[in-house]
Design a protein around this ligand. Structure first.
Ligand code: CP
Ligand code: NVA
Length: 308
């Protein structure tokens, strides 16, 4: 049952959490991960139900939310556009009213951010963004947690973003502002950052025409697919436009000597990243993927139970 004593909180974009709440969440993540690794049962969400709505494909997001909810003692239900009324034009507002009366928390992966905002505005329970065209906040929670595990506090550090100004890029830029680190961004001409989504360049991010310049001295080098879900019609054009925006061994050489490489996955070796880099010693992509599980368990605990 929804906890009516607690103000309703959503996680629709990274900036929905304060810096203090993020610090708390990472602390909980460490503890929850430790419990999981030592086979300790931790069931704070017994009888709670997560509904997961997918309008786009997923491996990691579905698995980490579904497994995570079970591991917290609750249950998870998967809905997709194909075999629910969502794909047949039922208004988002109506779906939100109904789904949120039968569940305790909802995760949505969809197209425009406006869809998830409309859903949240009509929901009785917390709503989590599992990726929209504009943002992918759960992934950045995992990425930052992974960086901290490998290299310590991210405050004051430099992240290089190489490639598309997509949902991942926008979310990195929000996170940089909140957590006080810098992002050096290089996107091909025509794929520049939209200030309305990511803020204006300044103290927390700078843009570079040359991807090698963006990578110079970075503590973390990261990229993503050239064509995100929903943009498949542009694929051929993007293959040409992004050809010079590959993270390869030469690029990792200009980064800081102990730089790590991250990718939210799925990756295309030979496109946005060379096999040598993603399968090489600086890559932390498997820890990054695993940490989706742990950060999202902490997130669900926080949204449902508050600070405990
Ligand atoms: N990184 C990520 O969100 O992966 P999926 O698309 O497999 O969920
Ligand atoms: N930017 C990618 C991320 C996939 C996890 C996409 O939106 O398809």
């Amino acid at each position: 049952m929804p906890n009516t004593n607690k103000p309703l909180r959503h996680f629709l974009q990274f900036s929905d959490l304060s810096r203090d709440e993020l610090d708390y969440l990472f602390e909980r993540t460490r503890w929850i991960k430790q419990q999981f690794k030592s086979y300790q049962k931790y069931w704070p969400l017994v009888d709670r139900t997560l509904v997961m709505i997918f309008e786009k494909a997923s491996t990691r997001t579905r698995l980490s939310f579904e497994a995570g909810m079970h591991q917290l003692g609750g249950s998870a239900i998967y809905l997709n556009t194909r075999d629910s009324q969502l794909g047949r034009g039922e208004p988002v507002e109506d779906a939100a009213q109904v789904i949120s009366r039968m569940s305790d928390i909802v995760m949505i992966r969809t197209f425009e951010q406006a869809i998830i905002e409309r859903f949240a505005a009509n929901s009785r329970v917390p709503v989590i963004n599992g990726l929209t065209n504009e943002y992918h906040p759960c992934q950045i929670l995992a990425d930052i947690f992974t960086f901290v595990e490998h290299r310590g506090p991210i405050q004051g550090k430099t992240v290089a973003w190489i490639g598309d100004s997509n949902n991942m890029c926008n979310t990195w830029l929000q996170a940089a502002k909140l957590l006080d680190f810098k992002v050096r961004v290089s996107t091909p001409p025509g794929y520049e950052i939209e200030a309305a989504l990511a803020g204006e360049a300044g103290a927390h991010f700078q843009t570079f025409a040359d991807p090698m310049e963006a990578a110079r001295g970075a503590d973390l080098v990261t990229t993503d697919v050239w064509t995100s879900m929903g943009f498949e019609a542009e694929n051929e054009e993007r293959m040409r436009d992004f050809a010079d925006w590959q993270v390869d061994a030469d690029m990792m050489k200009v980064a800081a000597p102990n730089a790590v490489f991250m990718h939210c996955l799925p990756a295309h070796r030979g496109e946005e990243v060379s096999a040598e880099v993603i399968d090489g010693p600086q890559s932390v992509v498997w820890d990054e993927a695993e940490n989706r599980l742990h950060v999202q368990k902490a997130l669900m605990e926080f949204l449902l139970l508050g600070r405990i």
